[in-house]
Design a protein around this ligand. Structure first.
Ligand SMILES: NC(=O)c1ccc[n+]([C@@H]2O[C@H](COP(=O)([O-])OP(=O)(O)OC[C@H]3O[C@@H](n4cnc5c(N)ncnc54)[C@H](OP(=O)(O)O)[C@@H]3O)[C@@H](O)[C@H]2O)c1
Length: 317
């Protein structure tokens, strides 16, 4: 029997890395073994991974030595940061640099870096199209990831740059994102997207796409791969949610300036994000081919399929 190649997965206890870990663990013919990296080796998700056959090891993105140990001997690695845990683009950059350094030291053969656009390439800091945030960002949780691509490139890491999409799961779990009842009691989904299309994906499908990248061998090394399950307008999204939950949901296309001032953490960052996706729809959608994503992940869910399983968990606030 040939020995399995180890895939070291950052964020294995979370949405993206968890999807990749489960995709590998559920496929007996994968030829890969899962090494799940976590700060909390005794947490419920870490224990569930161990019970499914993963090797669970301690690693902390803020401690580069722990990453070097965790990547040692791995064939491949999935690298992701969690901006929303601290909301600091500088810390996100430092964590990405630590991973790039550690995989370079370990000589990992294939690294998938979960990234997003550096929006400053399209909206320079001196543009008044949208406000500059935290001193030198337009969309902090995008820009730091895009800026961090260079950390992998300058160390000659054999990396695939995976451009992820908006999780439909946000409608359940992300504060401020789901439908809310307006003053007259009507469920309302607020998004400053006009009639433009939002590439979306079931969070679980991100890891499955990453698995597809790893399964193809080395052909995606050095490539940027955008993934999405569907590109939908706000009107299409509320129509599908309405059908799934059996109650009308209204789409409110709030001006981006007003969205930035909504009362939830990160509203300014997310207001800029939606505006970027609206104003640069063609750029943003084109790089996230649904056809290519389906080739990588034949199990890719449509929004209707995702709603069929999860729709009842969408509640109005
Ligand atoms: N929501 C969206 O629509 C969307 C779309 C595209 C991209 N993103 C990006 O996705 C990222 C979050 O990924 P996710 O949704 O998979 O996260 P998640 O489900 O919230 O889980 C976070 C994961 O990151 C790990 N982690 C965080 N800080 C760590 C550290 N210091 N050391 C080691 N592990 C650490 C956690 O591991 P332990 O706690 O077990 O240590 C956990 O597995 C964010 O950066 C966000 O910007 C989100």
């Amino acid at each position: 029997m040939t020995e399995k190649k180890t895939v070291a997965i950052v964020g294995a206890t979370g949405a993206q890395g968890g999807g990749l870990a489960r995709a590998i663990l559920r496929d007996p013919s994968s030829g890969f073994a899962v090494r799940a990296l976590t700060r909390r080796t005794a947490s419920a998700p870490a224990r569930a991974l161990a019970e499914s056959g993963a090797d669970v090891v301690f690693a902390d993105l803020d401690q580069v030595e722990t990453l070097k140990r965790a990547f040692d001997g791995a064939h491949a690695a999935y690298c992701v940061t969690n901006f929303w845990e601290h909301s600091s683009p500088e810390r996100e950059l430092a964590q990405a640099a630590a991973m790039a350094h550690a995989v370079a030291c370990a000589g990992t053969s294939h690294v998938i870096w979960s990234t997003l656009e550096d929006t400053r390439r399209w909206v320079p800091l001196d543009s008044d199209r949208m406000p500059t945030l935290l001193g030198r960002y337009k969309v902090p949780h995008f820009d730091a990831k895009g800026e961090a691509n260079a950390e992998f490139i300058r160390r000659n890491v054999p990396a695939t740059f995976l451009l992820t999409s908006f999780y439909w799961d946000n409608y359940i779990a992300f504060p401020g994102m789901g439908p809310r009842r307006d003053k007259s009691g009507v469920l309302t989904l607020t998004m400053p997207m006009g009639d433009k299309r939002l590439p979306g994906i079931a969070a679980e499908d991100i890891g499955r796409c990453a698995y597809g990248v790893l399964r193809t061998g080395s052909s995606y090394i050095g490539q940027t791969v955008g993934i999405s399950g569907e590109h939908l307008t706000g009107a299409e999204i509320v129509s599908k949610i309405s059908r799934a939950i059996g109650e009308d949901v209204r789409y409110e296309d709030l001006p981006a300036d007003e969205y930035r001032n909504l009362d939830f953490p990160g509203a300014d960052d997310l207001g800029n994000m939606f505006q970027f996706k609206r104003d640069f729809q063609d750029v943003f959608c084109q790089v996230r081919s649904v056809t290519q994503s389906r080739q990588l992940n034949p199990l890719m869910q449509t929004f209707d399929q995702w709603l069929g399983v999860n729709g009842r968990r969408i509640k109005g606030r």
